[in-house]
Design a protein around this ligand. Structure first.
Ligand code: ZN
Length: 158
């Protein structure tokens, strides 16, 4: 598993290998348009460390443009229900691709995540944003936790 850490929160986020491989392949294809979906997984017993077990494909009703991704909702409800019933896994946050650019969150990215943080419908007070991008021809994953109106960046450990 890929491991990312935030020292301030003393917290880690893990990405399962098959999920990481999927992201890597997406990045290599280097689509012209943004794509994305939701992140599914679980927290450990202390609710300190998260494990990402799936980055879903874009729902059918999503729309990707050159610099933005509008995630749809089609099929997500039943998928999340299935995940919960079968594996006790749930919604952890959002992911999207920044084709050909760095994985730095845009102003829109941040405001959207803040909306999720404060929207009881999502039932997710600490949503994670995963952005996939490249910098200097280097594949890069950016992981940000939104909590108490602040953003916490996670750094890959090696
Ligand atoms: Zn973005």
């Amino acid at each position: 598993m890929k491991e990312y850490v935030n020292k301030e929160l003393d917290s880690k986020i893990f990405i399962e290998n098959n999920v990481y491989k999927k992201l890597l392949m997406l990045q290599k294809k280097c689509c012209q348009f943004e794509t994305g979906g939701i992140i599914i997984g679980y927290y450990d017993e202390e609710c300190r460390n998260a494990v990402i077990t799936e980055c879903t494909n874009p729902p059918e009703d999503s729309l990707g443009t050159r610099n933005h991704f509008f995630r749809g909702v089609k099929g997500l409800k039943s998928l999340l229900k299935k995940k919960w019933n079968e594996k006790r896994e749930y919604y952890l946050g959002e992911w999207h691709l920044h084709p050909g650019s760095s994985p730095t969150p845009s102003v829109t990215d941040i405001s959207q995540m803040k909306k999720i943080e404060h929207n009881p419908k999502f039932n997710c007070k600490e949503p994670i944003l995963l952005i996939l991008g490249e910098k200097y021809n280097d594949f890069k994953v950016n992981l940000i936790l939104f909590k108490d109106n602040k953003q916490y960046f996670y750094i890959e450990t090696e």
